[in-house]
Every structure is written in C-alpha cells, then in structure tokens.
Design a protein around this ligand. Structure first.
Ligand SMILES: Cc1cc2nc3c(=O)[nH]c(=O)nc-3n(C[C@H](O)[C@H](O)[C@H](O)COP(=O)(O)OP(=O)(O)OC[C@H]3O[C@@H](n4cnc5c(N)ncnc54)[C@H](O)[C@@H]3O)c2cc1C
Length: 494
C-alpha cells in the first residue's frame, strides 16, 4: 500500500486547487483521486457548447427526488472529470456580494467573512483592468469580461439601466450591486477550467500522483483518526494510506455521500442503510440548498447570433425591496436561448433561498446514486422572491433598449397574471447548478466542520469544497469554491 502525506478525494474544482498548492512543496507526497476521466472532452474548450455537456459522459447525471415545492423532478448536473464542475460549467466567474460572506461569520463561522476571504479570492485570479486592491493580479484563473460581447447582452444591459438599475463597474468583485459585464474564465476564446489553470501545468511533478477513473468508496478511520482511503481503479480495489491529512473535495453531493458511506453522519440514517456508525454527526448531508432559477422568454424579431461566449455575459444583482439588508435577486440575459431559434431569456434567481433539503443514501453501495432533495421553493418565501424576480425581469424586458430585438413574450406569456405566475414558477424553476451546504462550517451541533475545515470528531480529515458553505453566496459559486480551496491549502500548510 502506498503512503502519502496528503490524499485529496475528488479532482474537481477544489481538488485541483488543493493538490496543486500542496504539491508545490517537493517534500510532500500528494495523491489526487478522481472518478472522472483524465483528459477533457473536445467540447469542453468551446464556450457556447457548455450547455451540451449536461447529461453527457462528464456529468454524474444526478436527479432530485420529487420536489414538494414544485411537484417536479429536476436534474442537477455536476462534473465528473478532472476539473469537476469547472470543466462543464457556464464559465461565469463572480464573487457573491460581501454581505453573503459576512452572513457566514454571523452564523457561527468566525474568520470566514468577506475581508477574511479576500486574500484567497485575490490569490486565485488575474483580473486585468480591475481595481488591484480588490481583484487579483497574478493568480492562475485568468478572468475578464467577454472579449466579443453579444449585441443582445449589450442591449439587455442598456434596458436594465433604463429600468433604473445601477451600472456596476465590477459586478464580479463582491462590492457592488447593479448590472454589468461579468468576468468569464474564457481565455483566448477557450474555457479555462480550474484543471487548466491549476493542475495541468504541474501534473508532472514527481511528488504528485493523479489517479483518474477511480471511484473512492470510503475513507478509512482507525480509532478516530483518518488513515487513508479505499477506491476502485480499473476494477481493482485499492487502498492508499495517509500519514498526514485526507481532504474531501468531492463536491456538495459527493463529499456528503462519502462521509455517510464512511459511517460519519446521522446515526439513525446510517443504521437504516446498514452502515456501522463511526461518528454520529447529525449535520452531514443536511442543509443542501441551491439557487432556484427561472426566466422570462422572448421571441426575437430578428435572427439572434449564436455568439462566441457562454450565453451569459451580463449579470445583475438587485434588492427585492429598497429596505432589504443585502442584494437578494440576480438576473442575467441568456443570449441566445440555446436549442431554439431566435429566442432569448431574462433569467432570475433568488440569491438567499430559505429552503433547505438533504443528501441521503439509498444503500451502503458506493456506486448507488444518492437521494437528493434540495427542496426547491419548499419555503414559500422563495416562491414569493421568484415572483418579484419575474416582475423585475419583465420590467427590464419591456424597456425600449430591447425594442429592436423583442418580438413577443413567449413564456410565461402576456396572459400570466394573478395566481398563474406562481404556477409558471413552480413548473419552470430548476437548478442553477449551485448545490452547497451539506457539510457546513460552524460551531453548533449541526455543523460538520470547524472553522479550520476539520471534520468534527475525526482527526486528520478536512472538507474543502462547496459543501462547507453555511449559506449560498449571492453569485454563481465557482469563484467562492476556488477561494475556499485556496484557504484550505493555506490552512493545511500552516
Ligand atoms: C452545468 C454547470 C454550470 C455551472 N455554471 C457555473 C458558472 O457559470 N459559474 C459559476 O460560478 N459556477 C457554475 N457552476 C457551479 C460551480 O461550477 C460549482 O459550484 C463548483 O465547480 C463546485 O466545485 P466543487 O469542488 O465543490 O465540486 P466539483 O467541481 O463538482 O468537484 C467534485 C469532484 O469530485 C469527484 N468525485 C465525486 N465523488 C467522487 C468519488 N466518490 N470518488 C472520486 N471522485 C469523486 C467528481 O467527479 C468531481 O470531479 C456550474 C455547475 C454546473 C454543473
């Protein structure tokens, strides 16, 4: 059995960051184990093609249980590839508003506010042309607004300003609200995944072993200490030993699933699926949540060019009412709407959803898909927030700046008023692909990791991915996961 100083479980977004940072010390032997393939699919490089990667070989093809708030069963794509979800995602690179992270501090995660995370956000990125005291100048992720902006996105931005929203000079920076050109991790016309930015440049380090197409089954715990992992590689059962620390970076779904498979989780649930309890940790798999997403669809009165980017170039962060404490709604222009000719959408999403769900096992088999219940619109406040989002999106959609594009509102359609917007929202709300929260940081009994990301009750085991977020930030989640991973690497090297 090989012994490593560090084992990183899941070679996705966070896993690529952490294994690259830890292996920069030539004296540390690092193993990274990833279930997906080593090499990228050709379509991953082409920004507008990202939509087609959902449901393909680099997606775990997860679905939810029927959602009580919507009556629907929804897909939750998540990357199964080196680079993880960053290899199939929409390439929007944005921090949440600073209030999102300050809410983490307030919820019992001191040291995780915006100012605490800022050095790690900055370390991760090169954002040329942005304010250098807020944005990074020499990090691996090279991010910038669309080089060749879509003309319909430009018209949408004008329409948002016409509707009275603020113009944001840097909507990706975490300090502003309003509408502006978001940063994208597209470099020279191609996706830059986190694997491209962090891992591939260092993959030939002699002290870094990257094992792919390998499913981790469980972590091994001996007397309260994590001592290694078990995985299958090409049908063989393999055990790797760890003399230092194991860090779980299998994502909000995969990490919770692995802890449960390893006997770390709510006792009654583990017993119900026949897994011996190692630590009764009731918060594992709880607190699953995501941004709910819907949109107003318009037919265009003229051909809408396909564009060379990711279909999402302008983001808006708004407040649902003037007196709310923090921005709580996002809107963006989908230009064009993929899969249909000459339509576009103004999408909107509740940024601080109250609904909470869970990840649970159906059996002790590591290859069995877990039960996923993000509980979209389960809390009626989220539905009402989406009703406000629909109203604000329509306001923007009806402005004169869009008149040369707009033909008609196709969905919900001009007749939808009274109670029918709620029916429309229940029927059309789907995942924004940002599941988080299943192993949250905190100090109460439902938290899973402490503020140093150490799993409660087990030594030499950390979690560092989207699962540790106590609550979802008010933006797409990639940039936040990268910052969490940077911070984790720094904590592990202290
Ligand atoms: C289709 C899509 C579009 C998105 N668009 C955007 C966007 O435009 N902007 C944005 O900011 N965010 C976006 N996101 C969200 C963002 O990409 C994720 O929040 C982020 O990448 C999650 O990082 P992670 O490290 O937590 O998990 P991941 O990047 O998903 O990595 C987890 C890794 O662990 C591996 N793994 C899981 N279980 C096991 C196991 N048992 N054994 C071995 N390996 C395992 C997986 O294969 C995967 O590679 C999108 C996500 C998706 C899926």
């Amino acid at each position: 059995m090989s012994t490593y100083d560090y084992i990183v479980v899941g070679g996705g977004t966070a896993g690529c960051v952490i294994s690259a940072r830890l292996s920069s010390n030539p004296d540390s032997r690092v193993l990274l184990v990833e279930a997906g393939a080593r090499h990228p699919l050709p379509e991953m490089a082409t920004p507008p093609a990202w939509i087609t990667l959902r449901g393909g070989s680099a997606d775990w093809n997860s679905v939810t249980v029927e959602q009580s708030g919507t009556g629907t069963v929804l897909q939750i794509p998540r990357g199964r590839a080196v680079g993880g979800s960053s290899s199939i995602n929409g390439m929007v690179f944005a921090r949440g508003h600073r209030s999102s992270y300050d809410a983490w501090t307030a919820s019992g995660a001191p040291g995780w506010g915006f100012d605490d995370l800022l050095p790690f956000f900055r370390r991760s990125e090169s954002a040329a042309g942005r304010a250098a005291d807020v944005r990074g100048v020499d990090g691996p992720m090279v991010v910038a607004p669309a080089e060749q902006p879509h003309p319909l996105a430009a018209a949408g931005l004008e329409a948002a300003l016409e509707a009275g929203h603020l113009k944001a000079t840097d909507i990706s920076g975490g300090l502003e609200q309003g509408f502006g050109w978001t940063d994208l991790n597209i470099v020279g016309g191609a996706r830059q995944s986190v694997a491209d930015a962090y891992l591939r440049p260092v993959a030939d380090r002699p002290n870094l072993d990257v094992v792919t197409d390998a499913l981790v089954h469980r972590i091994r715990v001996d007397n309260g200490t994590c001592v290694g992992v078990d995985y299958t590689d090409d049908g063989r059962q393999v055990s790797a030993a760890c003399s230092g620390e194991v860090v779980l970076t299998a994502g909000a779904i995969g990490t919770a699933q692995l802890l449960l498979l390893s006997g770390i989780g709510p006792q009654a649930h583990l017993q119900s699926v026949g897994i011996a309890v190692v630590v009764d940790l009731p918060g594992v798999g709880e607190n699953l949540h995501d941004h709910p997403l819907s949109g107003v669809v318009y037919s265009a009165g003229r051909p809408v060019p396909v564009g060379v980017n990711n279909h999402i170039e302008v983001l808006g962060l708004m407040r649902s009412a003037a007196d709310v404490d923090a921005p709580d709604l996002q809107a963006f222009f989908v230009t064009p709407l993929p899969g249909v000719d000459d339509q576009y959408m103004i999408a909107f999403s509740a940024m601080a959803p109250r609904s909470r769900g869970s990840v649970r096992l159906v059996s002790a088999r590591p290859d069995a898909a877990p039960l996923l219940d993000p509980n979209y619109l389960g809390d009626s406040a989220d539905l009402e927030m989406m009703v406000t989002g629909l109203r604000l999106a329509r306001e923007i959609g009806n402005q004169s700046a869009l008149v040369s594009w707009r033909d008609a509102e196709v969905a919900p359609g001009p007749d939808a008023d009274g109670s029918s917007p709620r029916d429309y929202l229940r029927a059309t709300t789907h995942s924004y692909y940002h599941p988080v929260g299943t192993c949250r940081i905190g100090s109460d009994e439902m938290s899973v990791v402490d503020t140093d990301l150490r799993v409660r009750g087990i030594s030499r085991l950390r979690v560092a991915d989207a699962s540790v977020m106590p609550s979802i930030p008010s933006a797409n989640t990639l940039a936040t996961v990268v910052a969490i991973a940077e911070r984790a690497a720094s904590l592990m090297q202290d």
